[in-house]
Write a protein that binds this ligand. Structure first.
Ligand code: MV4
Length: 467
């Protein structure tokens, strides 16, 4: 097994990888910017290397500095976590060329799946249903106009190099297409370095459901079930759960079959997630494939009792899948809430600052993945995720109620958090009945803004677990 792994990540996911390495008796190297010198992942790693100033481009996105840290600490492998360089195929290639193992998919596959238009074509070739739209990148506005005429409005114009909601627009008519096509291309070029666009029929009010897979890169792939991810605000997932309350067993089996089929077709290696949209008619379509571990992976770990990060590291080292599909037994219901340092009274603006008091929830079926500690200062330079609370219950309602209790217990003082907003969602009757899709947050915000009080007193609620 590896002797030493460099964790090229920060925050809670860096801690998560360090914990998996610790249980595999692997020494860990943390890299950190000067803004993260007091971070928990630095404290818990066996070694740490300061790689530069707070700015991501000079630290967590800086390939030479991360490679240098791996070389001076003699790390055998790099785990990228999520975010930053985790889906950067050039970084993966450089690691491998420098003789450092990449704990992730082969760079060529990362590159292919990072081209969202190519990913669509590959999955269509594998026999997966894809959303009607362009066959690859559209050449110019004329081709886009013709295609939209064929597909029918509304359509979604998406950036080939985008993903996760970045660089997408809903276009409702030809006039809007002319206005938006060139700005969308320019924005994509500016954001992703590539201005290519592709087109898909816009699916109204879909559910966003993803399937966790693990492949050995030789054509063997297993899945760990689905995750319901429709509770999103501006393409940022707020809550995830498994199983999905919105599909039946037949649909579930189809999702698994397509996800495994697609991953086998491209000979996928490592952890991966195949994302689908399920429309109101119950048709499912491939959306995109993520070539990294996801924020929401603990939901799958809670229902399958599999340590996905450990399996990913084992697979990177041995090249073989230890688990068979029959080894994956999913039981009960799991839910995850992402707690962010955001002010819901001010349009969810991120608010960094000192955590003056932190008390995580606990008890049966409650897991907290967080890098917080009392006295820690949340820097302004990175994402606003403070903690993930994940619960398990034998039924969905048991999980939902356990989550409400866990959020009630969770005390985070010093910065505003989204805890109360999350509880509003959990208490909503449509949510409680599993009746929601990707438009839910827009609907609930309309409801909650009217009767919702961020101080939590309006509904007799407790702000941050304090009365
Ligand atoms: C779509 C869609 C409907 N039709 N594509 C793409 C990135 C992912 N985060 C969400 N994406 C979507 N792609 C087509 N052809 C609906 C979504 C979508 C969504 C779109 C807008 C606002 C919120 C959303 C939440 C989940 C899914």
């Amino acid at each position: 097994m590896y002797k030493k792994v460099l964790v090229a990540a920060r925050g809670e996911i860096a801690l998560r990888v360090i914990r998996a390495c610790r249980e595999l008796d692997i020494k860990t190297v943390a890299v950190h910017s000067t803004a993260d010198i007091d971070s928990l992942h630095v404290k818990l790693a066996d070694e740490d290397v300061s790689i530069g100033p707070a700015s991501p481009s000079e630290s967590y996105l800086n390939i030479p500095r991360i490679i240098a840290a791996a070389e001076i600490t003699n790390a055998d492998a790099i785990h990228p976590g999520y975010g930053f360089l985790s889906e950067n195929s050039e970084f993966a290639e450089i690691c491998i060329k420098c003789g450092i193992d990449w704990i992730g998919p082969p760079p060529g596959l990362m590159k292919k799946m990072g081209d969202k238009a190519l990913a669509r074509n590959l999955m269509a070739s594998a026999g997966l249903p894809v959303i009607p739209g362009s066959n690859g990148e559209v050449a110019d506005e004329e081709e886009a106009l013709r295609l939209c005429g064929e597909v029918g409005y509304p359509v979604m114009v998406k950036a080939v190099a985008g993903g996760g909601g970045r660089g997408i627009r809903i276009i409702r008519n030809a006039g809007q297409l002319s206005e938006n096509f060139h700005t969308a291309a320019a924005e994509a070029k500016n954001s992703f370095g590539h201005g290519g666009l592709y087109i898909e029929k816009y699916l109204d009010s879909p559910r966003h459901i993803e399937v966790q897979i693990l492949g050995d890169g030789k054509g063997n792939v297993i899945h760990f079930g689905e995750r319901e991810c429709s509770i999103q605000r501006r393409h940022q997932k707020l809550m995830e759960e498994s199983p999905s309350p919105g599909i039946d067993e037949r649909m579930r089996k189809r999702l698994f079959s397509y996800a495994v089929k697609g991953a086998k077709y491209i000979k996928y290696g490592s952890l991966g997630t195949v994302e689908f949209l399920v429309d109101s008619k119950g048709d499912l379509f491939f959306l995109e494939m993520n070539t990294r571990v996801q924020v929401e992976h603990p939901v799958t770990e809670m229902i399958s009792k599999v340590d996905l990060i450990t399996e990913q590291i084992r697979l990177a080292y041995t090249g073989n899948l230890v688990l068979s599909q029959d080894d994956v037994v999913r039981k009960g219901w799991a839910m995850e809430c992402r707690i962010n340092a955001e002010d819901t009274d001010r349009n969810f603006i991120p608010v960094p600052g000192e955590i003056t008091f932190f008390h995580p929830p606990g008890g049966p079926g409650v897991r907290v993945d967080s890098h917080l500690y009392t006295g820690y200062t949340v820097p302004p330079n990175y994402d606003s995720l403070l903690a993930k609370v994940i619960v398990w219950g034998s039924t969905r309602d048991e999980a939902r109620k356990r989550m409400i209790g866990a959020l009630d217990e969770c005390i985070i003082e010093g910065v505003p958090t989204t805890i109360q907003f999350l509880k509003t969602i959990l208490r909503n009757s449509d949510f409680a009945e599993g009746k929601f899709d990707t438009t839910f947050i827009d609907k609930i915000k309309a409801i909650s803004v009217s009767g919702y009080n961020v101080n939590g007193s309006a509904n007799g609620d407790r702000e941050n677990g304090r009365s």
